[in-house]
Design a protein around this ligand. Structure first.
Ligand SMILES: C[S@@+](CC[C@H](N)C(=O)[O-])C[C@H]1O[C@@H](n2cnc3c(N)ncnc32)[C@H](O)[C@@H]1O
Length: 217
């Protein structure tokens, strides 16, 4: 792990105890709207192996574990991972595994059906986002659901929603990169002018009809 990642991971470890209280509260309506759409968009079936990259305290991973076969949560922050694992144990989840993994090296041996990532990719500059999406593409998941800060309008908004630590890309850049890395975009959900959810299906997907459509319960 490089020094920057280590420092970022430690910063998240320091707030791991408070993260869920803040992020599931009324203080964070945009985060919560985005998280809900990511969960609905992933829409796993019981055989699915789901990878949650930048899983944090596992808010998305544990929600998906209700329906998925297996959920693997990967993150660089020991503190966030410890909180996630404690929640999984407290709530009796036996189909979730949390461990160290980076966007560029997710530490995965399994075949992955669905990759999700919520509010984490923005930590990477655009060139590294491309490398991360290439790594995800190489896993050939049937579906990739990306929720994050992203610009639907100007990349230099008059009223930025986020300040430090958020290096959002434009929706156009993300769509271009996803397309280059073997995905077809099947849904673009605008949560806010600076936040959205992209659903991408990998080309060479399994025949249609074998899985849930996104958002379709
Ligand atoms: C804002 S939190 C989001 C957590 C969770 N996805 C959620 O929706 O609540 C961002 C997470 O991304 C993780 N992260 C940042 N850079 C990462 C990287 N390069 N690889 C893996 N995880 C990373 C951080 O450690 C942190 O836990």
């Amino acid at each position: 792990m490089n020094d920057d990642l280590q420092e970022l991971g430690e910063r998240f470890s320091q707030i791991a105890d408070q993260y869920d209280d803040i992020h599931t509260s009324d203080e964070k309506p945009i985060y919560n709207a985005c998280a809900t759409r990511v969960i609905e968009g992933a829409n796993p079936i019981p055989d699915d192996v789901v990878l949650d990259l930048g899983t944090g305290t596992g808010l998305i991973a544990l929600a998906l574990a209700e329906d998925a076969g297996v959920v693997l949560g990967r993150d660089i922050s020991d503190g966030m991972l410890a909180t996630a694992a404690a929640k999984a144990a407290d709530n009796g989840f036996e189909n979730v595994e949390f461990g160290y993994g980076e966007f560029h090296d997710p530490n995965i041996d399994e075949d992955i059906d669905i990759v999700v990532s919520n509010f984490a990719l923005h930590h990477l500059p655009d060139e590294q986002k491309r490398e991360a999406i290439a790594t995800i593409g190489a896993l050939t998941p049937q579906r990739f659901v990306l929720g994050d800060a992203m610009f639907f309008g100007s990349p230099t908004p008059d009223e930025p929603l986020f300040d430090h630590g958020v290096d959002a890309a434009t929706v156009g850049t993300l769509v271009d990169v996803l397309t280059d890395e073997g995905f077809v975009i099947t849904a673009v959900e605008r949560v806010h002018d600076q936040v959205g959810v992209l659903i991408a299906e990998h080309r060479g997907d399994t025949p249609s009809g074998t899985r849930n459509a996104p958002f379709d319960k």
